[in-house]
Design a protein around this ligand. Structure first.
Ligand SMILES: [Mg+2]
Length: 303
């Protein structure tokens, strides 16, 4: 295959750029042809991906973080090119979600003989595709702080620091949520709409979410006290928070969230506008390059 490797030089605080010589060496061991580009902006990345098919490119390989993947989604969907990923960011939830190891060398080596896995590509307001989780409320506040402190905090510890900071000023808010044709009104801490289990650097917000089942899973954390939120928080790393009586899990294909309050929406860790938001999942899909492990699901196993 002719593969375009897109390197996001700012991902992971410059980690991708530092690792590039190693990545080039490991990738050169496969028989694909790799063309490298270091992009300066999400716009440049978008246009390089969109132009790729006309240059005979047959797959895109992103070297960056979850933000890089999120920013590439609409261009990937537009071209239909399969997407490979070398996790070099801080959170690396996309790698967790698709079952990649965190070992860069093995992620380079399986590409010599990858399998193709088809994933659903849900979107917000028919406009912003997302691959893992779209969310509003407390977790959004945490993402906002994490993004503001880029370069200082990383991984789980960085996220926990942002959680403690966000807790100080956070106030629950009232939302109306319509899941398919059922509507509920609640005062909530947060609402997460997930197509994959992991976000926020390893937090399993919706443990049962599956990336190719045509369904979105929702986690609604109803109003609870701040001490209670803090007590529940560590459980999200194992996904055991879901049995809490004030946490509601549901699923659907169309989830609409509205509020009288102005609230920022986030998707895959990136800002994604404001409420109201309608998250839908339908026929849109992307293909990802995954290890060809017979124990892992591939698109051949999907009905
Ligand atoms: Mg799903």
């Amino acid at each position: 295959m002719r593969i375009l490797v897109i390197v996001n030089p700012v991902a992971g605080g410059g980690k991708t750029l530092r690792l590039l010589p190693k990545i080039k060496r490991w990738l050169s061991e496969s028989n694909h042809e790799f063309i490298y580009i270091i992009t300066k902006s999400p716009e440049e990345m978008h246009s390089e991906i969109v132009k790729a098919p006309s240059k005979g490119i047959e797959a895109i390989l992103l070297s960056g973080g979850d933000g890089t993947v999120h920013q590439a989604l609409s261009a990937i969907a537009e071209t239909g090119l399969p997407l490979g990923y070398l996790p070099c960011g801080r959170g690396n939830d996309f790698a967790r979600n698709i079952g990649l190891s965190m070992d860069l060398k093995s992620n380079c080596s399986f590409l010599s003989k990858p399998s193709f896995r088809k994933l659903d590509l849900p979107s917000i307001n028919q406009q912003t595709p997302f691959v893992a989780v779209a969310y509003v409320g407390f977790d959004g506040e945490v993402s906002r702080l994490a993004n503001d402190h880029q370069g200082y905090f990383g991984g789980t510890l960085g996220y926990i620091i942002c959680v403690l900071k966000a807790l100080k000023s956070f106030k629950p808010f009232e939302v109306e949520i319509t899941i398919d044709d059922q509507t509920l009104r609640e005062r909530v801490m947060m609402v997460s709409v997930a197509n994959a289990p992991f976000y926020g650097g390893g937090m399993k917000i919706v443990p049962q979410a599956i990336m190719d089942d045509g369904v979105l899973d929702i986690c609604i954390v109803k109003e609870i006290s701040k001490p209670e939120l803090l007590r529940q928080f560590p459980k999200v790393f194992k996904g055991t928070h879901i049995t809490h009586p004030r946490i509601m899990m549901a699923s659907g294909r169309k989830i609409k969230i509205i509020s009288d309050e102005e609230r920022d929406l986030f998707a895959d860790g990136e800002p994604a506008g404001k409420l109201p938001a309608e998250c839908t999942i339908g026929s849109e899909t992307i293909r990802v390059l995954a290890p060809s492990n017979p124990n892992q699901r591939s698109e051949h196993g999907k009905g």
